[in-house]
Design a protein around this ligand. Structure first.
Ligand SMILES: NC(=O)c1ccc[n+]([C@@H]2O[C@H](COP(=O)([O-])OP(=O)(O)OC[C@H]3O[C@@H](n4cnc5c(N)ncnc54)[C@H](O)[C@@H]3O)[C@@H](O)[C@H]2O)c1
Ligand SMILES: [Zn+2]
Ligand SMILES: [Zn+2]
Length: 378
């Protein structure tokens, strides 16, 4: 099957603006037939996430060439062998980490740590270790996190898919595959926020703002939103933050501890990707506080932390991948919160794009001008 896709041939080394250097090339690619427990999905919507940008700018090393995109929704159009639980016509959201179902982590209910899924993702393969994308010269391309959503169609393992009700708009549903699952999951699963607790969210992109909405839905007593961009702070207020703070300003920590709270927050989540942001999130928690980091900084980044604060103040620092979610359970549950009006994540969408405009989209994401931009396919 021949389809149009956005292909990255080189990670890093692209000058901005990307609209001129065009790191993503729109090409016709060839999709092979789906194999055992694989399907073809017609992509209907795909969001632009900072984790795609990190592959483009070289902060996250992946094998090349790769069809990018990992936050997507679509319709199943063809089944491979032995597919159970899915049919042609089903609407699906992609989880950006497939889960094998039988490694120790999957067996203990933590598919976000699936060994087989992580290996496949790191190698740019589908869950079974295969590749199903090539160009017209026969050169094989890599899959991005088992999704490769910046394409008209893709081949995916069924273990990357979550079936959803047909009532949801595709462009909203796509966000649940990454931004919403991660931001909401960080709050309710990793931080385990309970009603009445206070939360600080540092880094107000699509993921951080999903955490703001998640905290509101979970009944946080106070939601403090922090960023170094004042325009993001204004948006966070509209999303339900009770207080905002520019964490780049001098005295920001004093302001948070003395004026906004009485000595700090119960919990904090960080989705900025900068060490200064994580430092701010950790220092802002009070004794016994829990800090969750879900951003993906450069692999060489190192945190400087006084371990005594972990001991004497019983603070903790936790990592969060995939929102510590079980996608097959959490995505339908979080979607139901959206349907009930308790998780209005459609507000995250600032731009709708055509595939051809993807490089301009990444310029807007890099400059902080956009929150979630979604490529909408006809
Ligand atoms: N853990 C996961 O499973 C997972 C999933 C998706 C995304 N991510 C990561 O989460 C991060 C956020 O993704 P996004 O798409 O929302 O990104 P984004 O670019 O839309 O938002 C990042 C925000 O952080 C702010 N920021 C940058 N430096 C800061 C600093 N020093 N202090 C405070 N704020 C700062 C920016 O102004 C921006 O508003 C990225 O690192 C991404 O790779 C992780
Ligand atoms: Zn993402
Ligand atoms: Zn597994």
């Amino acid at each position: 099957m021949r389809v149009k896709a956005a292909v990255l041939h080189q990670s890093g080394g692209h000058k901005r603006p990307y609209k001129d250097s065009k790191p993503l090339q729109i090409e016709e690619i060839i999709l092979e037939k789906p194999g055992k427990e694989e399907v073809i999905v017609q992509i209907k919507a795909a969001g632009l996430c900072h984790s795609d940008l990190s592959v483009i700018d070289g902060n996250r090393i992946r094998p090349m060439p790769m069809v990018l995109g990992h936050e997507a929704s679509g319709i199943i159009v063809e089944l491979g062998e032995d597919v159970k639980g899915f049919e042609v016509g089903d609407h699906v959201v992609f989880a950006f980490l497939p889960s094998c179902g039988h490694c120790d982590y999957c067996m203990s209910g933590r598919p976000a740590l699936c060994d087989t899924g992580a290996k496949a993702n790191n190698e740019g393969m589908l869950l079974n270790g295969d590749r199903k994308i090539k160009n017209e010269n026969g050169e094989e391309y890599f899959h991005h996190l088992g999704v490769s959503g910046f394409a008209e169609y893709t081949v995916a393992s069924v273990y990357s898919l979550v079936k959803i009700e047909k009532e949801y708009p595709f462009e909203v549903a796509a966000l649940f595959g990454c931004a919403v699952m991660t931001g909401m999951g960080a709050v309710v699963h990793t931080a385990k926020l309970t009603a009445g607790e206070s939360l600080l969210v540092v880094g107000l992109g699509g993921v951080g703002l999903s955490a703001v909405l998640g905290a509101k839905a979970a009944g946080a007593s106070q939601i403090i939103a922090a960023d170094v961009s004042d325009s993001k702070l204004v948006v966070a207020k509209e999303f339900g933050a009770t207080d905002i703070i520019n964490s780049g300003e001098e005295c920001a920590m004093d302001k948070l501890k003395q004026r906004i709270t009485r000595g700090g927050v119960d919990k904090s989540v960080e989705f900025a990707g900068a060490m200064a942001a994580l430092d701010f999130a950790f220092n802002a928690t009070k004794k016994g506080g829990v800090t969750v980091t879900g951003a993906l900084p450069h692999p060489d980044a190192r945190l400087s932390l006084n371990p005594l604060t972990l001991v004497g103040q019983e603070k903790s620092l936790k990592g969060c991948y995939l929102g510590s979610c079980v996608p097959a359970i959490d995505i339908p549950n979080f979607l139901a919160l959206y349907r009930n009006g308790n998780l209005p994540v459609d507000k995250l969408i600032t731009h709708r794009l055509k595939l051809e405009d993807i490089n301009e989209g990444f310029d807007r994401l890099a400059s902080g001008e956009a929150i979630r931009q979604v490529i909408v396919f006809d």
